[in-house]
Design a protein around this ligand. Structure first.
Ligand code: ATP
Length: 235
């Protein structure tokens, strides 16, 4: 039997000012699932995450999270429902230390990880606890950006290209972290251009092209259809 649907996106359209960039996106996410959004640059993956989170305000259609309609809701209301967003630019506070970055976000849900638990889960952040944000490597910044969300107690994570710009060995560490989160029951939408990375961690893949969903593939289907999917991505 399938797990229950946590997030359901139906016929989502979204605009930046007068420019329409999403044209009726639909997909759903089941509890504990790890879903990727894949597609070439400018396809609308980031905008989809930003629409779920309420950062893109001009949107129509329906986005329900545990049955609650998110369209019309503000960012803080959506965050309080238990959705954590980790943007591509990571957005950590560069003038603050690792420890300060970790302790800044509010605890929004019960079950968030405490300081000590976070430093245990991210051993490389412990040794950097008093380092300034700017002194961290790209991989450490990514870890910190994810750790920060775990503090809030959100169980549903939107991760925008966590592998971007990182060395292969660091990409592997991020992949292991994401798999540990999945094993702990987190539900995750991951935007990813790196198909090999996506393939290693995800259950299903939503292919986005020109602001539309053109395919939804299981992990097994992606495996047997890599060539065709690569052609979608223009690689
Ligand atoms: P990328 O990996 O490059 O971020 P993406 O699939 O995430 O690609 P989006 O960032 O969602 O794509 O962009 C979708 C479309 O919206 C693109 O045509 C882009 O140029 C446009 N766009 C993105 N951000 C803005 C913005 N702030 N204002 C106007 N147009 C934007």
């Amino acid at each position: 039997t399938l797990a229950r649907t946590v997030l359901s996106v139906e016929n989502l359209s979204a605009w930046y000012a007068e420019s329409k960039v999403l044209h009726g996106i639909s997909f759903d996410v089941r509890e504990g699932e790890l879903l990727t959004l894949i597609g070439r640059n400018g396809a609308g993956k980031t905008t989809t995450l930003r629409s779920i989170m309420g950062i893109v305000k001009k949107r129509t259609g329906s986005i329900t999270f545990n049955g609650d309609q998110l369209i019309g809701r503000r960012i803080y209301e959506i965050a309080r429902k238990g959705i954590g967003y980790c943007p591509e630019e990571r957005a950590i506070f560069s003038s603050l230390s690792v420890k300060e970055n970790l302790t800044l976000p509010p605890v929004l849900q019960s079950g968030g990880m405490g300081d000590e638990e976070l430093l245990e889960a991210f051993p490389n952040l412990r040794s950097r606890a008093s380092s300034q944000g700017t002194k961290l490597s790209g991989g450490e910044q990514q870890m910190l950006a994810i750790a920060r969300i775990l503090r809030t107690g959100s169980r549903f994570l939107l991760l925008d290209e966590p592998s971007e710009g990182l060395a292969p060995v660091v990409v592997k560490e991020i992949g292991e972290l994401i798999l540990r989160l999945k094993a702990r029951g987190f539900t995750i939408i991951l935007v990813e251009q790196n198909l090999r990375f996506a393939k290693r961690v995800a259950d299903r893949h939503v292919v986005v092209e020109n602001g539309k969903v053109v395919d939804i593939l299981s992990a097994a289907q992606l495996d047997s259809d890599m060539e065709r999917v690569q052609s979608y991505l223009g690689v």
